[in-house]
Design a protein around this ligand. Structure first.
Ligand code: CTP
Ligand code: CA
Length: 227
């Protein structure tokens, strides 16, 4: 019966959301990852779905589950897998929201057997992962609305504005880790939306679900707006 409660605001529009961390394998038992819980991404996917969008949610490893069977969940592990899944789903997406905490680097090679401890120190060689949001921004279609997130601990606004520009995004959601009630694991969040027009909107402390709903309503009011 979930479809009966959905609004028709985004009916017929496709949305692509990335969520969670990525895991970059070192060997069969180890990986490089991060503390992303996936909560914001799942909440945004659900808010878009409840506004009527056809949602593809590309998610790294998390404990999140969605109650909405209509959301197309694509589970991935590494940044490379997430890149491929997002590229595949992006061409006909009207709204793209990249919330994933994508690992910036991966090991140059993945050992096929468990790396054994030995007397010497171990140096792990890393190489940079593809930036998914940047790639999507470069090939942005007319009418496509692209949102990113920025998790910052210092010079927050400046860093977020740089990301807005460099990645050719329409908006960036600034998440400040200086705030105890915001960020990893917790159920609440407090963010600032920076739109490419210069408009800014502060979204006060509330549940991640409520923050997601506010982000989605901001997207809806800006999705048709010209630059
Ligand atoms: N992002 C992405 N692919 C990557 C890295 C980041 O799609 N390989 C996206 C994130 O999902 C987020 C935005 O880019 O929407 C900003 O991510 P963030 O980690 O804050 O910024 P980076 O550009 O990676 O820069 P840094 O980590 O150095 O701050
Ligand atoms: Ca990063």
């Amino acid at each position: 019966a979930e479809h009966l409660l959905r609004s028709k605001t985004l009916k017929g529009k496709k949305a692509l959301v990335s969520a969670g961390p990525t895991y970059e394998a070192i060997d069969p038992v180890r990986f490089i990852g991060n503390h992303s819980s996936g909560k914001m991404g799942f909440a945004i996917a659900e808010a878009l779905y409840m506004q009527g969008a056809e949602v593809t949610l590309v998610t790294g490893p998390t404990h999140q589950q969605t109650a909405y069977a209509g959301i197309h969940v694509v589970p991935v592990v590494s940044a490379g897998d997430m890149y491929d899944a997002c590229m595949a789903a992006s061409p006909d997406a009207a709204v793209i929201v990249m919330t994933a905490a994508v690992a910036d680097y991966r090991p140059v090679s993945v050992a096929s057997n468990k790396i054994k401890k030995n007397a010497a120190d171990w140096e792990l060689k890393l190489t940079k992962n593809e930036d998914i949001l940047l790639a999507l921004g470069k090939q942005k279609k007319a009418g496509q609305f692209i949102a990113g997130f920025a998790l910052e601990t210092n010079n927050e606004r400046e860093h977020a504005l740089a990301k807005l520009q460099t990645k050719n995004a329409d908006m960036i959601v600034l998440n400040s880790l200086n705030d105890e009630a915001a960020g990893f694991g917790v159920d609440t969040n407090q963010v600032t939306i920076l739109h490419r027009s210069g408009e800014e909107k502060k979204i006060g402390l509330q549940s991640k679900k409520a923050v997601a709903e506010e982000i989605v309503s901001f997207i809806i009011t800006h999705v048709h707006a010209k630059p």
